[in-house]
Design a protein around this ligand. Structure first.
Ligand code: NAP
Length: 320
């Protein structure tokens, strides 16, 4: 695929991918969009070495073949999988430990929309930033796939989740989904409002994908011992920093990308996620918010929809 706007997205015939040792081949029923797909399509986010050049970081489907070292008994299993790429396809390869059984309460579309956002939030907010019950979290982009997932996971463990979003409608949806409060950043300064809402204390963790324009305010809203986790720089990548604030408040600034991590690390992450959230998943308390479902053939429209940023939750592609 040559890089470019939505028109470069076209259905083409490719050979079936072959599962290597420790991998499974999945017949894909559904996949979901992630913001990174838009960047990859534009040629601004190349896949990590060895990963499929085809877009798509997650999918749900049926295991049809296993690589060396994987039990053949897994053939026929209905799984949802975290992928390093290749999800926008009829068949995709995943590390065996990144493909986990779908709870009966989830549809193909819901299962396809879960892995990337849930594992990113689990890794960054709960593992790296060690958010604990009773603490408070701020997530920018509350209506995003990441934001809606963070609201659900925060509620599950008993943390207050504050979010920012670009419109009043999105803020209302985020409150309905369980956000303690949603701040429309186009109408008011999120930092001033958040400090007001928390009696001047602020929050323990900030999950940020905006970057430079928010850095100073993110540090300002962190409570003593607070942690800022940066997962993207949608608004810019360079900003001055007042190190005295970091020192005085004992802050930590953490960066993370999930896609580039080795398969073994992702498999360990999946196992840890299931140990913490598996019961909520089985019980149907942790379901992704689905904004819309497009047939794979209409992937260009799905990308336009995400680029317009009017969605709340995940945008799904139905494959078969
Ligand atoms: N590092 C990692 O491992 C990792 C993994 C997954 C996702 N991410 C990142 O997390 C973010 C959310 O991902 P997603 O797939 O959930 O995205 P998404 O559903 O497309 O939502 C992104 C939202 O961010 C908001 N936004 C704020 N500032 C923006 C800006 N300058 N440009 C564009 N949008 C802006 C927009 O909502 P409003 O209009 O309401 O502000 C937009 O709808 C993305 O930046 C993505 O790259 C990182």
């Amino acid at each position: 695929m040559r890089p470019g706007d939505e028109e470069v997205l076209q259905l083409v015939e490719l050979p079936s991918p072959v599962p290597g040792p420790g991998e499974v081949l999945i017949r894909v029923m559904a996949t979901a969009l992630n913001r990174a797909d838009l960047l990859q399509r534009q040629g601004r986010y190349p896949p990590p070495p060895g990963a499929s050049q085809v877009l798509g970081l997650e999918c749900a489907g049926v295991i049809v073949r296993v690589g060396e070292g994987v039990s053949p008994a897994r053939v026929g299993e209905r799984v949802m999988a975290l992928l390093a790429g290749g999800g926008y396809a009829e068949e995709a390869v995943a590390p065996a430990g990144c493909a986990v059984p779908i709870p009966p309460c989830l549809t193909w579309e819901q299962a396809a929309a879960l892995p990337e956002a849930a594992l990113t939030v689990f890794l960054t907010v709960f593992q790296l930033a060690r958010l604990r019950p009773g603490e408070a979290l701020l997530v920018h982009g509350g209506g995003s796939g990441i934001g809606t997932t963070a609201i659900a996971m925060g509620q599950e463990v008993g943390v207050e989740v504050f979010v920012t979003a670009g419109t009043r409608e999105k803020c209302n949806r985020c409150r309905e989904l369980g956000a303690r409060e949603a701040i429309c950043y186009r109408e008011e300064d999120f930092a001033a409002r958040l400090l007001d809402l928390t009696g001047g204390r602020g929050v323990d963790v900030v999950l940020d994908s905006v970057g430079a324009p928010y850095l100073a305010r993110n540090l300002a809203v962190l409570a003593q011992g607070g942690r800022l986790v940066l997962i993207a720089t949608m608004g810019g990548g360079e900003a001055p920093i007042d190190l005295r604030t970091v020192l005085r408040k004992h802050l930590a600034i953490i960066g993370s990308t999930l896609r580039s991590r080795p398969a073994a690390e992702k498999e360990a992450l999946v196992a840890a996620f299931l140990a913490s959230f598996g019961e909520a998943l089985q019980a149907g308390r942790l379901r992704p918010v689905i904004d819309s479902v497009y047939p794979l053939a209409e992937v260009a429209d799905a990308h336009r929809h995400m680029a317009a940023s009017a969605h709340v939750g995940k945008i799904v592609l139905r494959v078969s």
